[in-house]
Design a protein around this ligand. Structure first.
Ligand code: BDR
Ligand code: CA
Length: 318
C-alpha cells in the first residue's frame, strides 16, 4: 500500500469549505495533517471555531487547527464579512445550523505553522487554500526556501475565461486579498488554479442532500440542512445553474487527483487597481517565459468528480 497523501487545508470555513473538509476526511488515500484558518466567508475566529466544531462532528477532533491571518496584507482592520456574504453562508458561516462542542485551536500561529510545514515538506504534501491567499503570502515571506522548490499549492480562486462572482472581473477569494494572490503568483511557487472556469461546472442538487439526510446521522442531517441553505441562495442568485457550485471540494479533489481537471500552463498576475481589481490574468511580461508556474484548470470531468464527491462525503457523514 502506498504512503498516504499528507494534506494541509487552509479554509475560510463557510459552507463549501465545510464540504471540502468532509471530502478530505472521507478520502481513504489522505491523511489530514492540519487545517489553517483564514477570514473571508466569516471572520478568522468564526472560521477557526467552525473548523473545530466540524472536525468533532465528523469524528476527527485530533486534527490540529491553527488560526491564521485576520485581514488582508494591506488592511488596517480585521476582516468582517459584508452583508452579501453573510446572506450566502449565514450569520455563523454554516447556513445558520448550530454546532456545539468545539474546543481550542492549537496555540501556534497558522502562518508560522504553514511556513514550517512548507519548509519541511516532502513530495507527498498537498496544500489546498480555499480562501484568500494571505496565509500563504505571509508564509512565503517567512521562509528562506526557494519558492520554486516548494510543493505545489492547489488553490480555489480566480477566473481566467469566465466573469467573476463578486465583480464582473473578480472571484471572491482573490478579491479579498489581491496583493497576497499577486505575490503568490509571482513568487515562483508551483500552483494549480481551480477557479470559476471549472467550479461552475460541478453542481450539487437537493436530491443529493436528501440522501445525506436519509443516512440518519447527526452529521448527515447537519450537512444536508447547511447545504440546502447554500442551494437556496443559488436558486435565487443563479437559477440557471440548477444547484450550488462545489468550489472548494473541487480544489481538494484536484489536489488529490490532478487528472480530474485539464489545465493550461501560464504565468498569472492579479490586477491591483481600478475596476478590474482582483482579476486573474496572464502576465504579459512573462508570456514568453519557458517556465510556467501555474496550471490553470479549464476543463473538468464533472461526472467523475461528482461520483467521487458523493462517495467520499457520504463516507465522512456515515
Ligand atoms: C469561493 O469564495 C468563497 O465564498 C467560497 O467558500 C469559495 O472558496 C468562491 O468564489
Ligand atoms: Ca472558501
Amino acid at each position: 500500500m502506498s504512503a498516504p497523501i499528507k494534506l494541509i487545508l487552509d479554509l475560510d470555513t463557510g459552507i463549501d469549505d465545510a464540504l471540502a473538509l468532509a471530502y478530505a476526511l472521507g478520502s481513504p488515500e489522505v491523511e489530514l495533517a492540519a487545517v489553517v484558518c483564514s477570514y473571508g466567508n466569516v471572520t478568522v475566529d468564526t472560521a477557526t471555531r467552525n473548523t473545530l466544531a466540524l472536525l468533532r462532528l465528523l469524528g476527527h477532533p485530533e486534527v490540529p487547527v491553527y488560526r491564521g491571518a485576520d485581514r488582508a496584507l494591506d488592511a488596517k482592520a480585521a476582516f468582517e464579512p459584508p452583508a452579501g456574504v453573510v446572506r450566502i453562508h449565514g450569520e455563523n458561516g454554516l447556513g445558520g445550523q448550530e454546532l456545539s462542542g468545539w474546543c481550542y485551536a492549537a496555540p501556534r500561529n497558522g502562518v508560522d505553522y504553514l511556513a514550517g510545514a512548507l519548509d519541511a515538506a516532502s513530495e507527498d504534501l498537498r496544500y489546498v487554500p480555499t480562501g484568500p491567499l494571505t496565509n500563504l503570502a505571509l508564509a512565503l515571506r517567512a521562509t528562506s526556501a526557494d519558492a520554486s522548490a516548494l510543493p505545489r499549492a492547489t488553490f480555489m480562486g480566480g477566473a481566467l475565461t469566465v466573469p467573476g462572482n463578486v465583480t464582473p472581473c473578480a472571484e471572491a477569494n482573490i478579491r479579498n486579498d489581491p496583493e497576497a494572490a499577486d505575490a503568490v503568483l509571482r513568487s515562483g511557487l508551483p500552483t494549480r488554479m481551480i477557479g470559476l472556469d471549472v467550479t461552475h461546472q460541478v453542481v450539487l442538487t437537493r436530491a443529493e442532500t436528501a440522501c445525506w439526510r436519509a443516512l440518519g446521522t447527526p452529521a448527515g442531517r447537519f450537512f444536508a440542512d447547511m447545504t440546502d441553505h447554500y442551494i437556496g441562495i443559488y436558486e435565487t442568485n443563479n437559477p440557471h445553474m440548477g444547484g450550488c457550485a462545489l468550489h472548494d471540494p473541487l480544489a481538494v479533489a484536484a489536489a488529490i487527483d490532478p487528472s480530474l481537471v485539464g489545465c493550461h500552463a501560464a504565468n498569472l498576475r492579479v490586477d491591483l487597481d481600478g475596476a478590474t481589481r482582483g482579476r486573474t490574468v496572464c502576465d504579459p511580461d512573462r508570456l514568453r517565459d519557458a517556465q510556467k508556474n501555474c496550471e490553470v484548470a479549464l476543463t473538468v470531468d464533472a461526472p467523475r468528480f461528482l461520483e467521487g464527491f458523493l462517495a467520499r462525503v457520504e463516507r465522512a457523514l456515515a
